[in-house]
Design a binder for this molecule. Structure first.
Ligand code: ADA
Ligand code: CA
Ligand code: CA
Length: 347
């Protein structure tokens, strides 16, 4: 129930049962003073619950620390969703629309779900696919990548957004694109990432826009769920420090060279991915010999210049299973303790 601790929409339920009376969307330490993070807007300053709030992206863009409302959404003893302000949409939390009566809407600068649509789930009639990470059974048939896609609100990120307090940052499928302060998305090394996720934190429901800069950096255990890379920059996802990294429902295009770059001993589990157009899907940093353990399951990989996995380390291991490949080059390039594939369909 990790999502219950997310920073954006932690609800407080009143003693009347399911009536949500306030949302706790985290706290921004703004040059030494704590302000609540706004729930209804991501940038600028706002006014909610009779007090000033600051947009969470404004906070991090200004280099200030955003901490999550880790108070675990408290007393939802009623258990219902209908009068709450949020919808648990197959495991992802979205606000309920106030005006929209069916389907998805766009209110307060974010996606929302109409109550009727929220309540219809389970019947299987949804128009937007689930972003939950539990939808994997083999055979390569459940490959859908991310359910977020470009087209929503675009936020220009001028300072890396850090998610480092063990919470979940939910981007609500908005697009986060790098400002020139981070880099230009070229092959130049030394660009900054758009997001830095670490210490057991989770990043979910994000589109990385047309300037990907150095993508997403991971340190000290982290999870990614439902991330769409419109145009990969220097690389898409880099493991910068040891840990276990669970990555589900990702989709990315147009990497000049690497998609995953692994710079530290780590375990990387990738479930349901689409990676098209890259030099290679994954590279252990050239010349390094620490061990990595990599698994890709339910992936669609197409148009790699060189191949899928490349390492120079004789202790590293990688496998790709239940996946579809098209013009993907060699599955294994370089030195490995073991590397292979099973359940592969070529198309
Ligand atoms: C290249 C470069 C490394 C490192 C890596 C990365 O492989 O040689 O030093 O910068 O990219 O992390 O992107
Ligand atoms: Ca690089
Ligand atoms: Ca890089």
């Amino acid at each position: 129930m990790k999502y219950l601790t997310q920073i954006f929409l932690t609800i407080v339920v009143s003693s009347f049962g399911n009536i949500a009376i306030a949302q706790d969307c985290g706290t921004c330490n703004w040059y030494g003073t704590d302000f609540p993070a706004c729930c209804g807007q991501s940038t600028g300053w706002g006014w909610e619950n009779s007090q000033s709030c600051i947009g969470p992206v404004e906070c991090t863009n200004s280099g200030q620390v955003l901490s999550g409302a880790s108070s675990s959404s408290s007393s939802s003893s009623g258990g219902g969703t209908s009068e709450d302000f949020v919808c648990d949409w197959y495991g992802s939390i979205y606000p309920l629309c106030q005006d929209e009566t069916s389907g998805w809407g766009w209110e307060n600068n974010q996606s929302c779900i109409a109550l009727s649509t929220c309540n219809s789930q389970g019947g299987g009639s949804s128009s937007s696919s689930s972003s939950s990470s539990s939808s994997s059974t083999g055979g390569g048939s459940g490959i859908s990548g991310a359910s977020c896609s470009p087209g929503g609100n675009v936020i220009v990120v001028t300072s890396t957004i850090r998610v480092d307090d063990g919470s979940t940052f939910d981007g609500y499928c908005q697009t986060y694109t790098a400002g020139s302060e981070l880099g230009d998305g070229s092959q130049d090394e030394g660009q900054d990432p758009v997001f830095r996720v670490e210490n057991g934190s989770t990043l979910k429901n994000v589109v990385i826009g047309d300037n990907g800069a150095d993508g997403i950096h991971l340190r000290n255990n982290a999870s990614l769920d439902n991330i769409y890379f419109q145009d990969v920059g220097e690389d898409a996802i880099t493991v910068k420090a040891s840990g276990t990294y669970n990555i589900a429902n990702i989709e990315g295009y147009n990497a000049d060279d690497k998609f995953f770059q692994i710079n530290a001993e780590s375990t990387l589990n990738v479930e349901n991915c689409i990676i098209h157009d890259a030099g290679k899907a994954l590279r252990q940093n050239g010349g390094t010999v620490f061990r990595i353990d990599v698994s890709f399951n339910n992936c669609d990989i197409a148009d790699m210049d060189e191949g899928i996995f490349r390492s120079d380390s004789p202790s590293s291991r990688a496998i790709i299973s239940n996946s579809r490949l098209h013009n993907a080059g060699s599955v294994c390039v370089g030195s490995w303790a073991s590397c292979g594939s099973s359940g592969i369909t070529q198309y």
